[in-house]
Ligand binder design. Sequence first.
Ligand code: C2E
Ligand code: MG
Ligand code: MG
Length: 746
Amino acid sequence: MRVGGARMPNVRQRKKKLKPASARRKSRRLASLAPRSANSRRHPTTAAAEIARTRAEAEAAIADARKSHERLREAIELLPQGIVFLDAEGRYTLWNKQYAEIYSRSADLFAPGARLEDTLRIGVERGDYPQAAGREEEWIAERLAKMYQPGARHEQTLSDGRVILIEERLTGDGGVVGLRVDITELKQREASFRLLFDGNPVPMIVCALDGGRILAVNDAAVEHYGYGRTEFETRTISGLQAFDSDPPWATDRPGDEQAARTWKHVRADGSLIDLAIYSRELIYDEKPAVLLALMDITERKRAEARIAFLAQHDDLTGLPNRNLLRQQMDDILAHARRSSDKVAVLVLGLDNFKAVNDSLGHSVGDKLLRAVAKRLRSTLREDDALARLNSDEFAMIQGGLTRPEDAVLMSRRLLEAIGDPFLLDGHSVVVGVTIGIAMAPGDGDDSEMLLKNADMALSRAKNDCRGTFSFFEAAMDARAQTRRKIETELRDAVRDERLQPYYQPLIDLSAGRITGFEALVRWPHPQRGMVSPGEFIPVAEETGLINAVGGLMLRRACKDAATWPDEVRVAVNLSPLQFRTGNLLSIVMDALKQSGLSAKRLELEITETLLLEKSSQVLATLHALRALGVRISMDDFGTGYSSLSYLRSFPFDKIKIDQSFVRDLGANREAQAIIRSIVSLGKGLGVTITAEGVETEAELSCLRAEGCHEGQGFLFSRARPNEEIVELLRAQRGADEPDTVKARVA
Ligand code: C2E
Ligand code: MG
Ligand code: MG
């Protein structure tokens, strides 16, 4: 293999330039000499003079020739290559310093008239030519033959490892002119290249610049492609390509490495691979060629494609996610603007998803979502877009509508499709769907606004009547704005600690005594009076303000309770979100420490939703709180899902029966049966049972009859500020009689 072009000077041209100048002068002089010699015989006196002149002329000619010879010598000394002139008998006539340097080991033998064959033979005997070893005479004969029948250039290796390139030509007089170039460095570069090429772990191919025929491949290429070396070398680079395209080096930017494009090649087994190809032009076997380094990026491309897909799709259902949906919506909206069509944006919320997930497990929940996605997909028209927005919400975009009624028809179809039971792992699962609809133009110009408004319509439909659809109305937006206003005002109120606890007593129904108070947050609003927590707790939970609200309530309640008699407890409500921050335990401990309240006087009320996720972290926090001595109550019992399993997952100290069961207790036998069973459950578990929302004497007497331990409700007292509580407790101390309490607080 030859890399790079070592160009020999054109010997013939140089020779032509040198020879005619001296030759012309010499023949002119010899011509003028001849006739004059003939004349000198006829006139003896002039003959002597002529002889003298002739001699002078001859000497001048000799001097001239010597000068020419000198000039020639000087000229050849300027050449970077070694040069040697031999006569027809192969004797040295002229050589330059570079020639003597190349053959420095034989330089002592060079002398005008010495025969090259002799110096060669001496050199061979001395071992100057390793190529001759073992076949000395043969080698000398070959060498001389090459010299007298000059053809292609050839290389000669010397004993010191140098490599000499030899080019020879016959001269007009049968002699030889020879050029010598030391190409050792070039050969070393070639050898390094060979090593790099052959042993490179990256598949490499050399192909002809013109036509792309494959000239050489390395071992890695043979292994990677599976073609044999000879099979490879019958192909062109485009023959490897899976599709017709320009060769990899055909680029607008001529020259070096380029890997801007990727290529698809076919391997021997027919499989396709993606490649980044780096190319570099070079001379290979004295012809223009290209070296290609082939980086297999099949895996990388596959991973990139997967990542790109995941970035725009929901992993579980394979549906587009919100990002991709927005892009698709932008296209649909742009098209609608041009055609004056209407676009319907439907946001769908599954109705019972959490219950299914909770009761049948996450794997059934996942299967349900996939099955829902499949049904939704089957209702799609070609130009519609469908996406999963979050856990149980999907969106569908329909373009090309003429009237909102089209969206109604679509919604009905969807309600029906999702309403049919799903058969999952042997369970027949029924989930409903509720749909919010926003229309463009009208309900918004961009995807963001339309999705937001459809979502608002969905919330409204969920509140009003699940399993139906609802169109967005401007009034919903007004409601949403009110909500935003609450958020900003609440933020200020929390910051300024304007929220305060009101306390509602809990009464021991057998003794008729106040056992404790539930702290209920109140927001005294400058314009709206006392705002109830039902209005702002959901906003606080949505915005994360709940942690500040909860912390404030804990500190205040503990501080107030520390001033009450020792046997009176305080109950504080906790939002499930307060468990997510991870520092609830230390917040409770701080509140107790700062107030000096004993832990056993603090009750924390949690709801069943906290236990929905069955999180080990939640249970660990609850156990840690209980270990402090704090009592844990289950609030609003009976309103969540599968309440009994929660009773097993944690040893509650108290169960508070939701007021919906207490309502109509006097008139409703079912309610009475439920209360009875909860009370007996509580007795069995050794847990206090408290009835919430006791409003009437009838309810109270019924609860007493069933053996319910505790009651709380307007019949006894509404929630009151701490100052009034202190009064109430003083009164209880003074007249230790249950009816007094009832009478005084009612
Ligand atoms: P809850 O914990 O079940 O509190 C009982 C709610 O029932 C209180 O409403 C109380 O005023 C009301 N109530 C008590 N007796 C009667 C009655 O005889 N009849 C009727 N109709 N209602 C009665 P409130 O104060 O509006 O609180 C509502 C909910 O707000 C609470 O329900 C609780 O879940 C939440 N909440 C209140 N304060 C806080 C708090 O500081 N933190 C957290 N996270 N939630 C709180
Ligand atoms: Mg409560
Ligand atoms: Mg409650």
